[in-house]
Design a protein around this ligand. Structure first.
Ligand SMILES: Nc1ncnc2c1ncn2[C@@H]1O[C@H](COP(=O)(O)OP(=O)(O)OP(=O)(O)O)[C@@H](O)[C@H]1O
Length: 586
């Protein structure tokens, strides 16, 4: 993973720009070199922008004072045209470097945002992948606006304005330089004011765009549910309505842009007309040469044109900065994925000390659970639907952090272990196993397993992964989330992978629920054998017959640990458990 500066949750616009500058600086010598080359090119372009109108003035003055020298006029004409064309050429050439810098920054930010967001999605179960996707997709354009437009172009332009005003003040009455300064400064202030006013529209347009991305992702992921339940028309209608709302937000944003442009260009027009009228009067009165007059107007137009580009960028910058701020807020600091080395080899004890947890905004969760599972044990968590089995399992695995209490694995408080490193202490296999849309091999050998392909093929053959006679084809893609595999195949593949993982505690959440009874018995026996002495295994299950052979049983009801012990003890002492057992037997 790319190294990123620690805190990314900047709030103010300047904070966002500053965060980008810091990230740019941290991107290494290659990026810094590109930045410097780009700045040099832009600097030369600025100088040519100042020289051009000066050459034009000299040319016109030479032409209006006979005798006219052909080599001099030709030379001045060449300087004027060369400065004009050269400046534009250099500015365009500079784009090569700025594009490279922006692409690198974009990749760095996207990686940091993803690295920050994935653990949050994994932990909260309320991931908003569509919104995140939209934010990251819009990032390159936003960076172009802010980095190329605001950071890179505004400084050279400010230099060009200052140098031009200095030249003007040196050649003609200072009042012209003052007039031009007031015109340009007023224009810049109006642009800034417009950008601030534009921000709320841009924010709403961003939200609408995010909602569309989120909705699209959601319906695409749920295509089968939608089509099989006959809700295609209404779901497509919902997306269309969302796009309509986005269009309304965009129109409002564009209207605000047009109003802003009216004010900006109105002011500019007034300023340039003022300079023209004053200049024409002075030329008529012989106080100003025709060359100086044309030079003044050329400077005015040459500076106003890029400034209007900056005005546009400023107006776009509110949305761009909002987008970048959102992406920065997804970054959660530096993520270093080191080598997969278990903290300790061998099974570890699990201890829960007065653990409580509630899902945000609900009363559902776990109430003050204290329990100890000895190292090397095979423990099962049982209980009715919604009693908190999966929640407890995920707290044990460090997926959810308890609001109160401690989870201690092999003497280590899990809260003290970085979320990215918890898999070295305890590994959780979720209730709903999903695969990456890659090959069977990629998913079956997915880290941190250390199993070999040959061992895996042998194991899956024993577990009857395919019906008799069918060859194992590890190059087959499994489809989105693994949808080309059957429910039982998904669990077999995952459990085969898990047998190759060396971890002190393994937590399986209903990982055999889709297996036929024979496969389940065989696979569980193989798993227990391969984890013996190596891992403590905790398994969430609805099948109480698995509890019969377990070393300990955790019986959950309504978010509480109702009872803990061996199966036969609970049968004798806990009527609710005995009732559940009788129902299963029936
Ligand atoms: N992400 C979530 N946000 C809010 N509430 C949740 C969330 N996940 C689970 N719950 C609630 O927490 C309670 C316990 O859920 P949990 O999944 O732990 O139960 P369970 O015993 O594993 O159920 P089952 O046997 O049906 O799998 C339920 O009331 C459930 O609705």
């Amino acid at each position: 993973m790319a190294a990123t500066p620690p805190s990314c949750a900047e709030r103010s616009d300047l904070g966002v720009v500053w965060a980008l500058v810091r990230r740019l600086n941290a991107l290494g010598p290659g990026v810094r070199r590109d930045l410097i080359i780009g700045l040099i090119l832009e600097g030369v372009a600025v100088a040519l922008g100042v020289i051009g109108p000066l050459a034009l003035k000299a040319l016109i003055d030479a032409l209006s004072q006979p005798p006219v020298s052909s080599p001099v006029t030709l030379g001045l004409a060449l300087v004027f045209v060369g400065a004009w064309a050269g400046g534009s050429l250099l500015s365009t050439g500079r784009l090569l470097y700025s594009t490279r810098v922006i692409d690198t920054l974009s990749a760095d930010l996207a990686a940091a945002a993803l690295a920050g967001e994935l653990p949050r999605v994994a932990a909260s179960h309320d991931g908003d992948s569509g919104r995140t996707l939209g934010l990251i997709e819009r990032l390159p354009f936003s960076l172009l606006v802010v980095v190329d437009g605001l950071i890179w172009r505004s400084l050279p332009l400010a230099l060009q304005i200052l140098a031009s005003l200095w030249v003007i003040a040196g050649l003609i009455p200072a009042s012209y330089a003052a007039g031009l300064f007031v015109t340009l400064a007023g224009y810049a202030v109006l642009s800034w004011w417009g950008a601030v006013r534009h921000r709320s529209h841009a924010h709403l347009a961003n939200l609408a765009a995010g909602a569309v991305s989120q909705g699209l992702g959601d319906v695409l992921r749920n295509a089968r549910r939608i089509v099989l339940n006959g809700t295609l028309t209404s779901e497509v209608g919902g997306i269309r309505a969302g796009i309509g709302q986005k269009a309304v937000a965009n129109v409002k944003m564009m209207r605000s842009l047009v109003q802003m442009a009216l004010v900006q260009y109105g002011w500019l027009g007034l300023g340039v007309v003022g300079l023209l009228v004053a200049g024409a009067g002075d030329v008529g009165a012989g106080r100003l040469s025709v060359g100086a007059f044309i030079m003044l107007e050329t400077y005015a137009l040459r500076l106003a044109l890029p400034l209007s580009g900056i005005g546009f960028l400023l107006s776009q910058s509110a949305g761009a900065i909002a987008n970048i701020r959102d992406v920065l807020s997804l970054c959660r600091g530096e993520v270093e994925m080191g080598e997969v080395v278990p903290v300790r080899l061998g099974a570890a004890a699990v201890e829960l000390r007065e653990v409580s947890f509630h899902y945000a905004g609900t009363t559902a969760g776990i109430e003050c659970v204290s329990v100890g599972i000895p190292a090397g044990a095979f423990a099962v968590i049982v209980g009715p639907n919604g009693s908190g089995k999966s929640t407890l399992a995920q707290i044990m695995a460090g997926v959810f952090s308890p609001a109160q209490g401690q989870v201690v694995i092999g003497g280590v408080d899990l809260a003290q272990v970085d979320v990215h490193a918890r898999f070295r202490h305890v590994l959780y296999v979720p209730q709903f196993i999903t695969f990456l849309n890659r090959t069977l091999r990629d998913n079956a050998l997915y880290p941190p397993t250390t199993t070999t392909e040959a061992d895996l093929i042998a194991l899956l053959a024993q577990w009857r992964f395919y019906e008799a006679g069918r060859e194992m084809d590890f190059a087959t893609p499994v489809g989105e989330l693994g949808e080309r595999l059957s429910g039982g195949q998904i669990q077999k593949l995952e459990l085969a992978r898990v047998t190759g993982i060396k971890v002190p505690v393994l937590i399986l959440d209903e990982s055999t629920s889709a297996l036929d009874p024979m496969s389940e018995a065989r696979i569980l026996s193989d798993l227990r054998q391969s984890f013996e002495g190596r891992s403590t295994v905790v398994m969430v299950t609805h099948r109480l017959r698995l509890a019969q052979t377990a070393d300990c049983v955790l019986f959950m009801t309504a978010g509480r640990l109702e009872a803990y012990g061996r199966h036969h003890e609970l049968i004798e002492t806990v009527p609710a458990y005995a009732g559940l057992w009788v129902r299963e037997e029936e």
